[in-house]
Each structure stands twice: as structure tokens, then as C-alpha cells.
Design a protein around this ligand. Structure first.
Ligand SMILES: Cc1cc2nc3c(=O)[nH]c(=O)nc-3n(C[C@H](O)[C@H](O)[C@H](O)COP(=O)(O)OP(=O)(O)OC[C@H]3O[C@@H](n4cnc5c(N)ncnc54)[C@H](O)[C@@H]3O)c2cc1C
Length: 290
């Protein structure tokens, strides 16, 4: 796919490019439009500790460049990129390197959520490190049945937490198979994360979705509860619903766009294709034209 011109063009719709410089250029452009960025170096499930170490080094460079260029941006990383498959100790060492660097520069470090095989290990590591690295932020997925319970625990510790729908194929025993149920779970998440006691505990929620109904619900719930615009943010992915950026910013809302870059784009790109069948049709048309 990498060699087909039509496909490459389409990949570039969702991925800033292969080099860090590409992501930094997009982040600067977003900042100029009043939008914050989260930068992801694409990669997951590394097989050696050298690869894990290289991934952490790359994130240290991301942090350095963010600081050097004074960008309003943060890194957003995956624990399997930092070696979670090789054991918690390997992953923790690398995560702490990145988190400590972020903490020194007062920059959040977002820990993405991967498939359910990693949910508990990811949250456990987050709970263990949260006291030391207050700049760590985590993610919960509305499609998981257990997420309501996870949110309760995150509210208790006053976490910085992204709520997304969830992007992996999961069995119905652990995830809601029906989109309406996922949306209802998301709505409950909005309600809980913006509850007065969550705000008092210092919870900072990020509502990551392109679903206009849910974006409206987050805004409306915050407004009705008197939660000011600096106490939560909305998040979107690079290349999706760019048309919403202007109106959300004009309404005075904080918006962050996740900007991925790197050679290892296949898994990320496939998830973007899978969540929207129309993308697949578009890709085939591009391939035929290419
Ligand atoms: C900032 C951010 C961080 C994320 N981090 C994680 C994470 O850590 N773990 C995880 O599992 N998932 C993550 N996701 C992905 C998320 O779980 C969903 O898979 C993804 O956001 C699509 O769901 P949606 O909420 O936009 O709702 P949907 O109901 O899927 O989509 C709503 C509308 O958004 C548009 N849209 C959505 N997806 C696409 C697409 N691929 N191409 C074109 N248009 C689209 C369409 O207009 C669609 O009608 C993240 C998403 C965002 C925005």
C-alpha cells in the first residue's frame, strides 16, 4: 500500500507525515488557528527493549521540540510502544523517563488506551505513577462495560482523563456491541466526569469525539453545571471534521487535535478505515485512479 500513489495520498489525510518535523509543522499551524495539539509517534507492540528505548527517546525529542518551539502541544503515547508486551518493568522505566521530562517542563503526557488485553495493565500503571507524575493523563473507552467503574476510580483520584468511544474490535462480553449503547455510555461518562464532586477533586476531562451530538452534550452539560471552558477540553483526530474546529473555537471552547506521524502508520490507519466504511470506498476509488 505504501507504494501506491492513491493510497499514500489517502494515508496522508490522517497522518501528518513520516518525520517529527511534519507533525511539528502541523502543530504550529493548529496553534496559529487557536487549536492545541497532541503529538503521537506511530508505533505499537514493539518486540525488543531496544525498540522500546528508541520509542521513549523519540518522545523525549518530541518534548524537547515542543519546548524549543514553544508549541501548545503534548505527547500522546501507547504503552505497547514503550514495551508493555516485554513486561511492566521495561515499560515503566521508559514511561517514567518521558513523564519526568514532561513534568520538568510542565507538559502533560497522555497515555493512550489500546485493546482490552491492555486496559487493566495500563490503568494500573497509571494509578501507580499518578502520585509522582501529576502530568500523566489517561484514557477510558465508552464501549467497555467496565468503564463506568474505572471512571469512578479516576474521579476519586482527580485524574486528567480522555473519554473516547474506543477503536478496537472487542467481544460483546466486555464491550457494548451496539452503537447506541456506546453513545449512551459516553453520555454517562460526560455526566460523571463533569459532576460537581469530580470538579472539586480536580478532574480534568477531555472529550475525544467527532460526534456532534456528544460534543454538544459535553458543552451543554458543562454550561448547565457552571464548569468553565478552562476546566475541560474537546479533542479530535487530525484529518477528521476539520470543519468543526472554527465554530468550536469561536464558541470559546478548548480544542486539541491529535497529530500522528511516523513510518509505522498501518495499525492507526486501519483503525481509521474500520470505523467508517465510507473511507474504504474512498480508498478503493483512489487506488483505481492511482
Ligand atoms: C483525540 C482522540 C484520541 C483518541 N484516543 C484513543 C485511544 O487512546 N484509544 C482508543 O481506543 N481510541 C481512541 N480514539 C478513537 C476513538 O475511540 C474513536 O474510534 C474515534 O474517535 C471515532 O469515534 P467518534 O467518537 O468520532 O464517533 P463516531 O460515531 O465513530 O463518528 C462520528 C462522526 O465522526 C466522523 N468520523 C469518525 N471517525 C471517522 C473516520 N475514521 N474517518 C472519517 N470521519 C470519521 C464521521 O463524520 C462520523 O459520523 C481517539 C479519538 C480521538 C478524537
Amino acid at each position: 500500500m505504501d507504494r501506491l500513489p492513491g493510497a499514500r495520498r489517502f494515508v496522508r489525510r490522517f497522518v501528518a507525515g513520516t518525520a517529527l518535523e511534519d507533525a511539528l509543522a502541523v502543530a504550529a499551524r493548529l496553534n496559529a488557528e487557536g487549536v492545541d495539539a497532541a503529538i503521537t509517534h506511530l508505533g505499537e507492540n514493539v518486540a525488543t527493549s531496544e525498540d522500546a528505548s528508541r520509542a521513549a527517546d523519540e518522545y523525549l525529542e518530541v518534548l524537547d521540540e515542543i519546548a524549543r518551539r514553544r508549541l501548545r502541544a503534548v505527547p500522546s503515547l501507547k504503552l505497547t510502544h514503550l514495551g508493555l508486551d516485554l513486561g511492566e518493568a521495561v515499560c515503566r522505566t521508559h514511561l517514567e523517563r518521558v513523564a519526568a521530562n514532561g513534568l520538568a517542563g510542565r507538559t502533560l503526557v497522555w497515555v493512550d488506551m489500546e485493546s482490552s488485553a491492555y486496559t487493566d495493565r495500563t490503568l494500573d500503571l497509571y494509578y501507580r505513577l499518578h502520585g509522582t507524575y501529576s502530568n500523566l493523563a489517561c484514557v477510558v473507552q465508552a464501549y467497555l462495560r467496565h468503564t463506568a467503574a474505572d471512571i469512578e476510580r479516576l474521579v476519586e483520584i482527580g485524574a486528567t482523563v480522555r473519554l473516547c468511544k474506543g477503536a478496537y474490535r472487542e467481544p460483546p462480553e466486555i464491550a457494548f456491541p451496539d452503537k447506541r449503547e456506546v453513545d449512551a455510555s459516553y453520555t454517562r461518562g460526560i455526566d460523571r466526569l463533569l459532576a460537581p464532586d469530580a470538579m472539586v477533586r480536580g478532574v480534568y476531562p477531555a472529550f475525544a469525539t467527532h460526534d456532534e451530538r456528544l460534543l454538544d452534550q459535553a458543552r451543554e452539560t458543562a454550561r448547565a453545571r457552571g464548569v468553565t471552558a478552562d476546566r475541560f477540553e474537546l479533542q479530535m483526530l487530525y484529518g477528521i471534521r476539520h470543519d468543526l474546529h472554527g465554530p468550536l473555537r469561536a464558541a470559546g471552547l478548548r480544542l486539541r487535535v491529535l497529530v500522528p506521524y511516523g513510518e509505522d502508520w498501518y495499525g492507526y490507519f486501519m483503525r481509521r478505515l474500520a470505523e467508517r466504511p465510507a473511507n474504504l470506498a474512498f480508498l478503493f476509488r483512489q487506488l483505481l485512479r492511482g
